[in-house]
Design a protein around this ligand. Structure first.
Ligand SMILES: [Zn+2]
Length: 251
């Protein structure tokens, strides 16, 4: 955790190129952190916990989300805690979003971004700029890899730029008991290897994200995700007696 600044910077200097300095004379910088893990590992719960911890210290933050599973602009955890958040669009300039807050007199100390894998690489670069220049502490939470085990573009840029990378410690287990690291997309008992990257699936009705380019090869109502270890992800082995407890269904 970084220490509180001695005084609030002038909001009109929000994105000034001039480095602000702390008492040591070194340029003061925010940190860009990426906490990542498979589905259902508690990322959103951790995001809300970090927000709570900062707010309790009197720090002011903004919660951002891209494609929340609830379909509402909020950070929702599967254990039932939710908080309102600002929805980030595909073309939202995050620097502009922060600048508007400052102009409105709402000074920010930190940003929390949930579902950060869906950010564009350019938006991740904007977060790095905010950490360096404002400075803000930026906490990103998300999934690293898609159902093909490939990095999401936003997650890739976070791996490249973040000051800190932190796997979320709550372990999600494969059916075999090994740590689950891969989100397999499943239809009709088969692990799918091709398809649209962005399909937000969950237990709630209407939670399917439909992109304009979506070409369903399979009826989305039959899609679900299952967390697997690498071994069983490679084999496409969903284990005995699927579906099992803890799996997510679209229907
Ligand atoms: Zn396994």
């Amino acid at each position: 955790m970084t220490t509180l600044p001695d005084s609030d910077p002038d909001p009109t200097d929000a994105l000034s190129a001039l480095p602000s300095r702390d008492g040591s004379g070194r340029p003061s910088r925010g940190r860009l952190r990426f906490c990542y893990g498979p589905m259902d590992c508690g990322k959103s719960t951790l995001a809300l916990q970090i927000d709570h911890n900062h707010a309790r210290q009197g720090r002011r933050g903004l919660l951002l989300v891209r494609h929340d599973r609830s379909g509402e602009p909020q950070i929702s955890s599967r254990i039932g805690i939710t908080r309102r958040a600002t929805e980030v669009g595909g073309d939202t300039d995050l620097r502009e979003l922060v600048r508007r807050e400052w102009v409105a007199g709402r000074h920010l100390d930190y940003l929390i971004v949930d579902e950060a894998q869906f950010l564009s690489p350019v938006q991740v670069e904007q977060l790095a700029e905010l950490a360096d220049e404002v400075p803000l502490d930026v906490y990103c939470f998300g999934i690293a890899t898609d159902f093909r085990s490939r990095l999401f573009p936003g997650a890739r840029r976070l791996f490249e730029l973040a000051d800190e990378l932190q796997p979320v410690q709550v372990e999600v287990l494969c059916w075999c008991g090994a740590p689950g690291r891969f989100n397999a997309r499943v239809a009709d008992g088969e692990v799918l290897r091709e398809g649209d990257t962005v399909v937000v699936a969950d237990t709630g009705p209407g939670a399917v994200e439909k992109t304009s380019s979506t070409q369903w090869q399979t009826d989305p109502a039959t899609l679900r995700y299952q967390v697997l270890c690498r071994h069983h992800f490679r084999l496409g082995d969903l284990g005995p007696a699927a579906p099992r407890h803890g799996q997510l269904r679209l229907t």
